[in-house]
Write a protein that binds this ligand. Sequence first.
Ligand SMILES: [Zn+2]
Length: 116
Amino acid sequence: MSHSGEDGSSPGDQGAPERNDPVRLRAINDRAVAATQHFRGESREGATFEVMCECPALDCLDMVELGSDEFDAARRRPDMYVVTPGHVNPPLHGVAEEHDGYWIATGPKAVTDGHR
Ligand SMILES: [Zn+2]
């Protein structure tokens, strides 16, 4: 008979990251927005998206809402990230634009999927 040996101890330190990776968050948001667009099909005129704040804080669960045009604008450079106003911490190192409800931060260049 098997017996689960849970003793309540924490699963141990496996070198968990101390911060989120904005590049990874960005990729996740990209996929979410692409899926939403696909789902909506036809017009994305005036559509809004809710994406995760792409700041590196592990405990940040903020969602940022922005229009499709604004999202496109925030993606026109691979080193731009959508964050809640004020959420600029390394490796995000600058603010490119300040908008109502969200900022565009600058940071490391995201690796974009070159196959289009
Ligand atoms: Zn944040």
